[in-house]
Structure formats: structure tokens, C-alpha cells
Design a protein around this ligand. Structure first.
Ligand code: UDP
Length: 326
């Protein structure tokens, strides 16, 4: 693909920084916008980071006039399901309000394409598994609802302003860059794999959120996708839009589901250590099972996962976690 000028919001975060790394490796000119409320300066190569809040429409528009990006990849958002059940307003303000501000700046400056970080949480409790893009949209927590609302905004911005977009509905992003430099370091950490490592490293047991779900062993089933394969899906989406592709939505997952107890077993195999854990109550807002049918992404955008195997995902994540533990 030709070299492109791309603006990335949330490029200092977990998935954003991996995508920035891949874009740069593939010869693109990348500008990152991040207010560092969740992301880290050390995740972005020097000179590429603009510390801005995406709610600041005027500042974004100014930056876009200077940089003239051909497209935006929009990651910046809050992501914790549990927190969104306690503080819904923060999720709507940041995720919906921030996206509206960004879209406003794009229309004002003539930037016509967006790749958007959506989520499998838009499907809520799906009627069956694996999940197709045509399944009903019905979020069961404010985090998922905020992403549904942005997908709705995108439909109207296409209809009215001819701004085309791809919404990528992520399943569970996991793993680290194969070289071990970039990885998951949320604060506070809420995600399963880093918390399993933490339990190993500190000896403090992790709580498994519920063992009475209608799943093979009673714990929740998720589809864990390598962050590098997820990042590559953004670059394919970008190329698709820049070549005139119409707005669309794609699941990004592997198609394989794993329970929390299975994850514990694989983590123990990879690390050679026991994971201390206790069974606790369900976490509010959790769906019993979220597994992608990724065939649309494979067939329309020729996406092919490089690291589909769960063991490889956990090996890369462990390489990062064990060399960056505090
Ligand atoms: N989970 C758990 N204990 C934890 C964190 C997560 O049992 O301390 C479970 C959670 O209920 C879900 C799965 O692990 O079924 C993945 O959760 P995560 O927060 O990583 O991602 P989500 O599925 O919410 O996007």
C-alpha cells in the first residue's frame, strides 16, 4: 500500500500503540493524539505524540489542518465494563462525546475516512454463538452502549457528510508485540490475562467472576485475539476505505472460545507456575459467551491471523509481563 498520512487517537494505549508500530513498519506517516489519561508516553515514538483531549474540537481541527491526514483511526476511549456500570456518565461523556467532537473536526477539515474501535459488547447477550455481524445490536452495559451510539453517529455522518468508516468489533484483545516491547499495562488492570500473571507474580489469588454460567465449566467464554492480528485488521480497513470501500462493520476475533478456567490452565502450562485463584460472584454486565464468526473480515478484507494459537498469545503476553513487572 502507498504511504499514507494517518492520525491515530489513543495511539499511546494498548491496541493503539501496536497499530502505530505496524503502520510505521509499513512506511506510513503517523500522528498520534492522546491525552495520556490511560496511555503512556513511552508507547509512542518520539516526536509523534500530540497531547490533546479529543473533546477539544478546535485543537483537533487545527492539528488536522496542519497534518492533512487522509484518514483517522479512532481508539481513544474508556474500556472497563465494570466501571461503566458504576459511572455511566463518564463513559458516555468520554466515548460518545469525544467521538462526536472528533467527527466534527473531521467534517470541518475534510477528513473523510475513519476506522473505529468498536466492540463485541455491542451484541450484549447474543442468542447463539459464534456471532455474526448481522446479529441484533443490544448492549448490556454502558461501555458497550457508548460504542453502539458511536456506530450510529457514523451511519449518519456517512449519510449526510459522505464520511466513510469501518467499525471493528473487537473480541478480547490480548498478547503483546512479539518482540516484547509493547504490551498491556492498564491502570487499574481489569483484564484477565495480565491479572492471571499478577496472581502468579504476587501470590495473591485472582477472583474468577462466576462459575454458574451456562457454559461447559460454568465460567465465561471469550474469544482471545492477538493484538498484532487486531492491529493488522485496522491497516486492511484503512486501505479498504482509501480505495473507495463503503462503510461497514466487521468482527475481529479468532472464532475459538475459551472459558476462564481453560485460560488458567494454558497460563499454567506456558509459565510453568500455578495460578492461585478463588471463585467469586459474577461481574455485573458480563455476557456468558462472546465468540466471533470472523469470516466476513477474512473474505472481504483478506485478513489472516498470524498468531491464532492461544499458547502463542499467552507466550507473548508473558514475555512482556515478566520483563515489565513492577
Ligand atoms: N475475569 C475474571 N476475573 C478477573 C477479570 C476477568 O474472571 O479478575 C473474566 C471476566 O468475567 C470475563 C473474562 O475474564 O469473562 C475476560 O474479562 P476481561 O475483563 O479481560 O475482558 P472483557 O470480556 O470484559 O472484555
Amino acid at each position: 500500500m502507498d504511504s499514507r498520512r494517518i492520525l491515530v487517537t489513543g495511539g499511546a494505549g494498548y491496541i493503539g500503540s501496536q497499530t502505530v508500530r505496524l503502520l510505521l513498519e509499513q512506511g506510513h506517516d503517523v500522528t498520534v493524539v492522546d491525552n495520556l489519561s490511560k496511555g503512556y508516553r513511552h508507547n509512542v515514538p518520539a516526536g509523534r505524540l500530540f497531547e490533546l483531549n479529543i473533546a477539544d474540537t478546535a485543537a483537533l481541527a487545527g492539528l488536522m489542518r496542519r497534518m492533512r491526514p487522509q484518514a483517522v483511526i479512532h481508539f481513544a476511549a474508556f474500556i472497563a465494563v465494570g466501571e461503566s456500570m458504576r459511572e455511566p456518565a463518564r463513559y458516555f461523556t468520554n466515548n460518545l462525546g469525544g467521538s462526536l467532537s472528533l467527527l466534527t473536526a473531521m467534517v470541518e477539515t475534510g477528513v473523510r475516512h475513519m476506522v473505529f474501535s468498536s466492540t463485541a459488547a455491542v451484541y450484549g447477550d447474543p442468542p447463539s454463538s459464534p456471532i455474526l455481524e448481522t446479529f441484533p445490536i443490544k448492549a448490556v452495559n454502558p461501555y458497550g452502549e457508548s460504542k453502539v451510539m458511536v456506530e450510529t453517529l457514523l451511519r449518519w455522518f456517512d449519510e449526510i457528510h459522505r464520511l466513510t468508516s469501518v467499525s471493528l468489533r473487537y473480541f478480547n484483545a490480548s498478547g503483546a508485540d512479539p518482540a516484547g516491547h509493547l504490551g498491556e499495562e492498564h491502570d487499574p488492570e481489569t483484564h484477565l490475562i495480565p491479572l492471571l500473571f499478577r496472581a502468579i507474580l504476587t501470590g495473591q489469588p485472582i477472583t474468577v467472576f462466576g462459575a454458574d454460567y451456562p457454559t461447559p465449566d460454568g465460567t465465561c467464554v471469550r474469544d482471545y485475539i492477538h493484538v498484532d492480528d487486531l492491529a493488522q485488521a485496522h491497516i486492511l480497513s484503512l486501505e479498504y476505505l482509501l480505495n473507495g470501500g463503503a462503510s461497514d462493520q466487521f468482527n475481529v476475533g479468532t472464532g475459538a472460545g475459551h472459558t476462564v478456567l481453560e485460560m488458567i490452565k494454558v497460563v499454567e502450562e506456558v509459565t510453568g507456575k500455578k495460578v492461585p485463584y478463588v471463585i467469586g460472584p459474577r461481574r455485573e454486565g458480563d455476557s456468558p459467551s462472546l465468540v466471533a464468526d470472523p469470516s466476513k473480515l477474512r473474505s472481504r478484507l483478506a485478513w489472516q491471523p498470524r498468531y491464532g494459537d492461544l499458547k502463542t498469545i499467552i507466550e507473548h503476553a508473558w514475555k512482556f509481563a515478566s520483563s515489565h513487572s513492577k
